[in-house]
Design a protein around this ligand. Structure first.
Ligand SMILES: Nc1nc2c(ncn2[C@@H]2O[C@H](COP(=O)(O)OP(=O)(O)OP(=O)(O)O)[C@@H](O)[C@H]2O)c(=O)[nH]1
Ligand SMILES: [Mg+2]
Length: 352
């Protein structure tokens, strides 16, 4: 079997965490699996890919462009994974994944007929997003949330560890009623709950290849996209003292960025900060919006003397403003911790 699935879903819904958990689970319980992280920065290293590699996953990245527009490059990566014995490969998609069904699934099928077996087009959603959609409070983002789910063959309700059984069932029932063409599974990428259901849905299911009318490129889509920007920063930091607390350092950066973005009235759906030292110890911090608390997703176990840092973020904020806030924050907090930093890559992209 040479199965491939795209994992779409809103920023922070847990695509990367799920792909990491699934590829490990699938490899241990079914057959060899691998993952691809895809994003738009030019010549950058992605937090998601570095994280997957640090945690021992079979992972690679495609940068510079969306897999929507580089079908040949994607096919090359898939073929090398299959040649290596993989039977399932999953990839995420930059931005919001809207239009991926057409550009990736139909693109691959037209250019490479019969070569790849496409698993259900998979869309992740977290409980909080369903609340927003149900209450009609999703504002400008409603179009994106709804369109993603409309395209899905398989909807994955992730982060079920955060809700009880009754709430999970109510949310699944709402999804089944609202998006009747999609199959649903409930999982927690963090606890591993539901991973067997997800594995079987991908192994046994096939893509419907249906083309729902999503108004791609229309006014609502362009309006939602026009607000978004992305920022990629890579730097090295040398530590001068022997009690440097990498976890506190990453938390402080995320906290200050959150407060500064909040002050401007903008929103930051996902900020990822990953730092590692030469021995492989690493810390990861995630911010999922100005109204949420910061999560330490992985902790440094020991004090460290030099670290490499990757920061990737998507924000509903003008690109220059985002870059200004993040750069200033990194410099100030690094100075507070007496770190000497060398920024060797920085790119801000406006999505609109
Ligand atoms: N409680 C809980 N948290 C989760 C789960 N899955 C992911 N998360 C957390 O949600 C945050 C975002 O997860 P990611 O996997 O980075 O989300 P993503 O969809 O890849 O985000 P983008 O790459 O920005 O699109 C991280 O802090 C994760 O630890 C889950 O099942 N339960
Ligand atoms: Mg991700």
């Amino acid at each position: 079997m040479k199965k491939f699935a795209v994992f779409s879903g809103f920023l922070g819904s847990g695509k990367t965490t799920t792909m990491m958990a699934l590829t490990k689970y699938y490899t241990e319980n079914h057959a060899k699996a691998a993952m691809i992280s895809n994003d738009l920065g030019h010549g950058v290293s992605l937090v998601d890919n570095k994280l997957a590699q640090l945690s021992g996953c079979n992972a690679t990245e495609i940068t510079d462009d969306c897999i929507c527009y580089v079908n040949e490059q994607l096919a090359g990566v898939l073929n090398s994974y299959y040649a290596d014995g993989c039977e399932l490969v999953v990839s995420d998609i930059p931005g919001f994944g809207v239009g991926a069904l057409e550009h990736v699934y139909h693109g691959l099928t037209e250019k490479f007929p019969g070569q790849f077996e496409l698993a259900p087009f998979t869309v992740l959603v977290e409980p909080k997003t369903i609340d927003l959609l149900k209450d009609g409070q999703s504002g400008d983002l409603r179009y994106l949330y709804d369109t993603q789910l409309t395209e899905a063959d398989l909807i994955v309700l992730n982060k079920c560890d955060l809700i009880g059984e009754d709430e999970k069932n109510a949310k699944l029932a709402w999804l089944n009623e609202t998006y009747p063409l999609a199959q649903t599974v409930a999982i927690s990428a963090v606890t591993g709950y539901g991973l067997e259901d997800l594995a079987l849905a991908l192994r046994d299911g096939t893509a419907s290849m249906r083309k729902p009318d999503i108004g791609y490129g229309g006014e609502e889509f362009l309006f939602a996209m026009s607000k978004m920007s992305e920022l990629y920063v890579q730097y090295m930091a040398t530590v001068c003292c022997d009690d440097f607390d990498g976890n506190a350092y990453l938390m402080d950066i995320a906290e200050r960025v959150k407060n500064e973005i909040k002050e401007t009235g903008n929103e930051i759906p996902h900020l990822k900060l990953l730092a590692w030292e030469p021995e492989g110890d690493y810390g990861k911090v995630d911010l999922l919006g100005t109204d949420r608390s910061i999560e330490v997703t992985h902790r440094f176990e020991r004090p460290c003397v030099s670290i490499a840092v990757l920061l990737n973020t998507s924000a509903a904020c003008p690109a220059e403003k985002l870059e200004e806030i993040v750069t200033k924050t990194v410099k100030e907090i690094s100075a507070d911790y007496q770190l000497e930093i060398t920024i060797h890559k920085k790119e801000a992209l406006a999505m609109g």
